[in-house]
Design a protein. Structure first.
Ligand code: FE
Length: 256
């Protein structure tokens, strides 16, 4: 189990904060969805214990810690190198280590990370598997949602932000409201739900892809994401991230 953070039950409830509520039926992502920020069993390193003569039933998960897309000090002073060092090197890494232990010898070990999330979310006894798998995914996606010298949205993404929120500032306001409104640990997301951009919040390890939405950007609002730099001032952290680091190019790439 995760030893760095509370292992509280995940929330299955995602609250729509902004954007039009056109609910389009579950546009379920493909098994290894286009948004996959990570590793799947396809990248499983060779397991010396598994040979044709000595097959293990499911093998070792081999889920890996994705490399950061920038250096640890690249986001300072908005997010310090110290925060990134702990957040990535301790918290994110612990989810990877925990998941590999939890799935060893189980069917999950041969599945993609997203398939593990979808399957374990339905099994109460596998809450630990879900929490660690989803936190791996969420953090890999969070790192990609941040960039030094981030550029303003443009092109098709900008047009969709105008159409669905009224503009970039309105989208940022919705993200800030979601981040502030998330009670306790969780995430504030920009997603594509059907044909509409929306902002949603999720608690603990939960991820809106489980309800058919496609994540475009995410902001981590667990305290470990900002406490060293902002203490209890979550809104200041979120505002600074949105003003300086939010990687709209990543969002555009997810739109396709
Ligand atoms: Fe985190």
């Amino acid at each position: 189990m995760n030893t760095n953070e509370p292992n509280s039950p995940i929330s299955r409830r995602t609250v729509i904060v902004a954007g039009t509520a056109a609910v389009v039926g579950a546009a379920a992502l493909s098994a290894r969805g286009a948004t996959s920020p990570r590793t799947s069993s396809s990248a499983t390193p060779a397991d010396p214990a598994t040979t044709p003569a000595n097959p293990r039933p499911w093998g070792f998960g081999g889920f890996a810690l994705d490399p950061l897309p920038w250096k640890e000090d690249a986001l300072a002073p908005v997010i310090s190198a110290q925060t990134i060092s702990f957040h990535y090197g301790k918290h994110h890494k612990s989810y990877v280590d925990n998941l590999n232990k939890l799935v060893d010898g189980k069917p999950y070990a041969s599945q993609s990370l997203e398939d593990v999330m979808r399957a374990s979310a339905k099994v109460e006894a596998d809450t630990g598997v879900f929490n660690n798998a989803a936190q791996i995914w969420n953090h890999s996606f969070y790192w990609k949602s941040l960039a030094p010298n981030a550029k303003a949205p443009e092109g098709k993404l900008l047009e969709r932000l105008k159409a669905d929120f009224g503009g970039v500032d309105e989208c940022k306001k919705a993200l800030l409201d979601a981040a502030k409104g998330q009670f306790g640990s969780g995430w504030a997301w920009l997603v594509l739900d059907g044909q509409k951009l929306k902002v949603v919040k999720t608690g603990n390890a939960d991820n809106p892809m489980l309800r058919g939405a496609k994540p475009l950007l995410v902001i981590d609002v667990w305290e470990h994401a900002y406490y060293l730099d902002y203490q209890n001032r979550r809104p200041d952290y979120v505002q600074a991230v949105m003003d300086k680091l939010l990687n709209w190019e990543h969002a555009a790439s997810q739109l396709g």
